[in-house]
Design a binder for this molecule. Structure first.
Ligand code: SF4
Length: 252
């Protein structure tokens, strides 16, 4: 059994596949909180801080998440959706942290089906969970967007960087790349040193940097800094198209 918080057809807004029509499956739950990203929300009368997908991270929202107990039901729904779309789009599995469920029987059956249909599957992951590729080989056929968290996430290094997990994903998966969410303050201080420390673990991975921001208003505070940082360091700039176009609307 695993939790889905939303599923929808849209366009991938970030990273290497930005601009590609994509079907999103967003799982519920995460092993990090990332309060440093500063999205403020209210829960049970208390103000809390998290990332832009706090509703898929904070277990207090679990009562509105959908329990997926049968892979056949989700697969049937996907078949219907793809029929309506008219083709089988790129599928993005995001969260929260979707790899929390990588061994889950129902979850793995869905991945096996997607891979068997030759559908391009990208996992958006924080890269902290080590996958057993030998016993779960379908993951070898997936793309991994490794959104490794830096100090601006507000999480400790021990929680946000797992060298073994990262090396394993990069060596076994058919494709992977690094994606960092950074802001003006981090660029002025430790962004380059932190990224270089991760490059020592993964020296060959392509690097994408995108601006922190859960809304249009907050993205414009950081985008130019990230843009010039990428030019200076020969990194790839990634925008957040869905936020530019839809602002804070969920499910797009
Ligand atoms: S790892 Fe990603 S989904 Fe989880 S709290 Fe951090 S930014 Fe949000």
């Amino acid at each position: 059994m695993f939790y889905l918080t939303e599923q929808f057809f849209s366009i991938q807004g970030e990273g290497k596949y930005a601009g590609v029509p994509s079907y999103f499956l967003r799982t519920g739950g995460c092993n990090l909180n990332c309060p440093g990203f500063g999205t403020c929300y209210e829960m049970n009368g208390e103000l809390r801080y998290g990332c832009d997908t706090y509703f898929a991270v904070d277990a207090s929202f679990a009562k509105i998440w959908q329990k997926i107990e049968q892979s056949s039901e989700l697969i049937a729904k996907l078949k219907d959706e793809f029929q309506i779309i008219g083709y089988r789009p790129h599928v993005v599995i995001t969260g929260g942290e979707p790899l929390l469920y990588y061994k889950d029987k129902v979850f793995y059956e869905v991945i096996e089906w997607l891979v068997s249909q030759k559908i391009l599957v990208t996992f958006e992951t924080n890269g902290t969970i080590e996958i057993d590729f030998k016993n779960y080989p379908a993951y070898k056929n997936c793309v991994f967007a490794l959104s490794i968290k830096l100090t601006n996430s507000g999480e400790s290094r021990e929680k946000r960087i797992n060298s073994r997990a990262l090396r394993s994903i990069v060596s076994y998966a058919k494709e992977s790349f690094l994606k960092f969410t950074i802001d003006a303050r981090l660029i002025e201080t430790t962004a380059l040193a932190e990224i270089n420390a991760i490059r020592e673990i993964l020296p060959k991975s392509d690097i994408y940097c995108m601006p922190v921001g859960e809304s249009r208003e907050s993205i414009v505070k950081n985008d130019k800094f990230v843009f010039y940082f990428c030019m200076a360091q020969n990194f790839r700039y990634s925008d957040r198209l869905h936020i530019r176009v839809f602002d804070t609307t969920q499910g797009v």
